[in-house]
Design a protein around this ligand. Structure first.
Ligand SMILES: NC(=O)c1ccc[n+]([C@@H]2O[C@H](COP(=O)([O-])OP(=O)(O)OC[C@H]3O[C@@H](n4cnc5c(N)ncnc54)[C@H](OP(=O)(O)O)[C@@H]3O)[C@@H](O)[C@H]2O)c1
Length: 299
């Protein structure tokens, strides 16, 4: 099976790259905007592909003829999306249209990643068919991308996920576990919100969900998050306890005190029954994830 991934320099992109480049049943084409920042160069081909460039998307997909395209590229900074709506639309919505248009021409299956931020967080955890009501432009852009795929002739899978974390190389942004671990190690005093609840997701688990969906050519919307739902405060507290740092420097604060540009849903989390049953998705517990990260940081 020939698989093309977009955004291969990103966290999910790197995990997919490392899993698929050693999978003998897969021929892998990795693409991202700019140079390849992954040091391992064997087991795949790399192309510089900006997915907001319609003609480049059309050309590379027509030339490579992948059976499956996995779109991991996105604008994920929620406040930046609120401030730069045009840029957000270009990457999170129009580019998905370009990918779908290119895929349908060669009958390729498109796997796309969405988010818990399509919901308002008033009655999480959510099932796949629950009614979206985004509070932020980022959430709205991802909802628009879902709706355009659902109305498109392309074969598609949408995997919805929540706070993705993990270890990668030369990443352009950090994630909650690496950030909290680093700050706790320095003994910094941390103000953490305790009125938002999430199910954080190990990037490897999300990559597995993508690969299961690709191999099964699963059609439809699937929840693909971690299985433990907790407040952001509890996430950081569990990180501290797991790695043996004091929790004395952790202070609980409320979302309202932060004055963030974009709205955030108070309580999300996903019900994973469908993805477990149909895809065979089986994410790690949060503590298992922290142990995996510790091993990777030692390497
Ligand atoms: N991270 C989360 O907490 C979270 C939560 C819910 C859903 N999601 C979704 O999960 C997916 C993967 O997230 P992630 O955390 O792996 O994101 P990420 O680390 O930010 O990776 C995205 C990658 O896409 C690349 N990219 C940016 N603009 C591009 C363009 N125009 N063309 C091609 N590539 C481009 C980025 O390049 P640079 O590295 O050069 O910037 C980056 O390497 C996204 O769809 C995201 O919306 C993420």
């Amino acid at each position: 099976m020939k698989v093309l991934i977009t955004g291969s320099n990103g966290l999910l992109g790197q995990k997919l790259l490392h899993k698929l480049r050693v999978d003998n049943s897969v021929e892998l084409i990795a693409t991202s905007k700019g140079k390849n920042r992954v040091s391992e160069k064997k087991g795949y081909s790399y192309f510089d592909l900006d997915i907001t460039d319609e003609s480049a998307v059309a050309r590379i997909i027509a030339m490579q003829k992948p059976e499956v395209v996995i779109n991991t590229a996105a604008m994920t900074n929620v406040d930046l999306c609120e401030e730069k709506k045009l840029n957000c639309d270009a990457l999170n919505v129009s580019a998905v249209q370009f990918l779908a248009d290119a895929c349908v021409k060669i009958n390729a299956h498109l796997i796309h990643i969405s988010t818990d931020f399509i919901f308002d967080g008033e009655d999480g955890p959510y099932k796949e068919e629950d009614k979206p009501n985004p509070l932020s432009y980022y959430g709205l852009s991802k909802l628009k991308s879902e709706q355009l795929l659902q109305a498109h002739a392309v074969k598609w899978t949408i995997l919805r996920t929540i706070i993705v974390f993990g270890v990668g190389e030369n990443l352009s942004k950090s994630n909650i576990v690496l950030w909290a671990k680093g700050a706790l190690a320095k003994g910094e005093s941390l103000n953490i919100i305790d009125d938002q609840f999430r199910a954080p997701t190990l990037a490897e688990d999300l990559a597995d969900a993508c690969i299961l969906a690709a191999k099964k050519k699963a059609f439809g919307v699937f929840n693909a998050s971690g299985k433990d739902i907790m407040s952001i405060y509890e996430i950081v507290e569990r990180i501290a306890k797991h790695y043996g740092y004091t929790t004395n420097n952790l202070n609980k604060i409320s979302t309202a005190t932060l004055n963030q540009t974009a709205g955030r849903p108070p309580k999300t989390g996903f019900i994973l029954d469908k993805s477990k049953e149909v895809l065979g998705y089986n994410p790690h517990s949060f503590e298992e994830c922290l142990t995996i990260i510790d091993e990777q940081l030692k390497d």
